[in-house]
Design a protein around this ligand. Structure first.
Ligand code: FMN
Length: 374
């Protein structure tokens, strides 16, 4: 076995950053921050465990750029000096272990929740009340759009000052930036809606501003989910490829695609010979550094995804049970397999709040909280 994912190095040429291997800790929400977005020691320790466990890059949980767009209880934020200092600890711990530290920047858009946010959910256009959005979603104003772009840039500057290696702009999973891209959700007639360029203008503006205002050794990546999943609809895969190629021209460092299952066939070509990733690779500018996530659990699947054209592999659920995923593989030790017991998760540093949240994700946790407490 070659162990490409866990042993082969990678260079981000444009930012001059080096990765000791091709394994990335996927962004994983854990609800371990405080209600005001301040980070807890638990989450800093968890990320440290993953850095010590051998990952070449650590990406944080989706982190609020504004208290208006919060989607979960205990979501981290990067808005204040106090929060910046916590990110400085994440950067320091990661660098001690020769890992890159990236913060994922997020606004929930239509998926923001009233009870955690300081404002009602917004989207490029108003959205009807239904069982998924019982509080309603109002159209965001142009002033608010300008202010959110500033918020993304502000958080990026704090990340840079904290010593983080870069930011990942969350434009996936029906959150705000993906709402803008989506022609089924964005019905605006101003410069922020309509054509492909207008719908994606907010993402382009955020990237351009970060590039203009922060030195070039700072990594900028963008996360996309190029196919619809669950009850979400309207994302067009061809446009997500077009978006990736357009972002590459704006000098980003990587595109991170979560494919749900990196071995699946494309939804629009279920009988074809190519997997979704192989199809994407035929369309994507080959210059793009591509991180792929989705059901990559062990070294065989990780190396296979690299052989299908990914530069880096992101490990989500498998890392929840194995923060030392890389070191275990390189030492020839067996990985813990999902679903994980509450004891395993607790030993890995997750609080009961985190475990409770993870219990709601299919196939991740063996028992539920009540059973364990009893
Ligand atoms: C507990 C959990 C929390 C997650 N939190 C985030 C997040 O904060 N941001 C994000 O972009 N994706 C998030 N994801 C999606 C993962 O990053 C990843 O794309 C997805 O789980 C597929 O990879 P996997 O099969 O290796 O888990 C989360 C997934 C899980 C299981």
């Amino acid at each position: 076995m070659n162990h490409f994912a866990t042993r082969q190095t990678f260079n981000f040429i444009k930012s001059g950053k080096y990765m000791k291997n091709r394994s990335v800790l996927a962004p994983l929400t854990h609800n371990m921050s405080l209600d005001n977005g301040d980070l807890s020691d638990h989450e800093i320790d968890w990320l440290n465990k993953c850095a010590e466990g051998g990952f070449g890059m650590i990406i944080t949980a989706a982190t609020s750029i504004s208290m208006t767009g919060r989607s979960w209880q205990g979501q981290p934020a990067l808005i204040t000096e106090v929060q910046k200092n916590s990110f400085a600890r994440i950067a320091e711990n990661s660098h001690k272990n020769n890992a890159l530290a990236i913060v994922q920047l997020h606004h929930g858009g239509m998926r923001s929740e009233d009870k955690f946010s300081t404002a009602k959910a917004v989207s490029p256009s108003a959205y009807k009340l239904d069982c998924y959005y019982p509080d309603g979603v109002r159209e965001i104003t142009t002033t608010e759009i300008e202010s959110l772009i500033n918020d993304f840039v502000h958080s990026s500057k704090l990340a840079y000052q904290a010593g983080m290696d870069g930011v990942e702009i969350h434009a996936a999973f029906n959150f705000l930036l993906s709402n803008f891209s989506n022609p089924a959700l964005n019905k605006r007639r101003d410069q922020w809606g309509g054509s492909f360029d207008n719908r994606n203008r907010i993402i382009f503006e955020i990237v351009k501003r970060i590039r203009a205002e922060i030195p070039r050794n700072f990594i900028v990546g963008v996360r996309l989910s190029p196919e619809n999943y669950a009850h979400f609809s309207g994302i067009k895969i061809e446009e997500q490829i077009q978006l990736s190629n357009a972002l590459n021209k704006l000098d980003i460092d990587y595109i991170h695609m979560s494919l749900h299952d990196a071995f699946k066939k494309p939804n629009h070509l279920p009988e074809g010979d190519e997997t979704l990733l192989q199809w994407i690779k035929t369309k994507l500018n080959p210059e793009i550094t591509l991180i792929i996530a989705g059901n990559i659990s062990n070294i065989i699947s990780a190396d296979k995804i690299i052989s299908h054209g990914a530069d880096l592999v992101a490990i989500g659920k498998a890392a929840v049970g194995n923060p030392n995923w890389v070191n275990k593989i390189n030492a020839g030790r067996a990985l813990a397999k999902a679903p994980f017991t509450i004891e395993q998760l607790s030993n890995n540093g997750f609080t009961m709040t985190a475990i409770d949240y993870m219990s709601g994700i299919s196939g991740l946790v063996t028992e539920n909280k009540q059973k364990w407490v009893a």
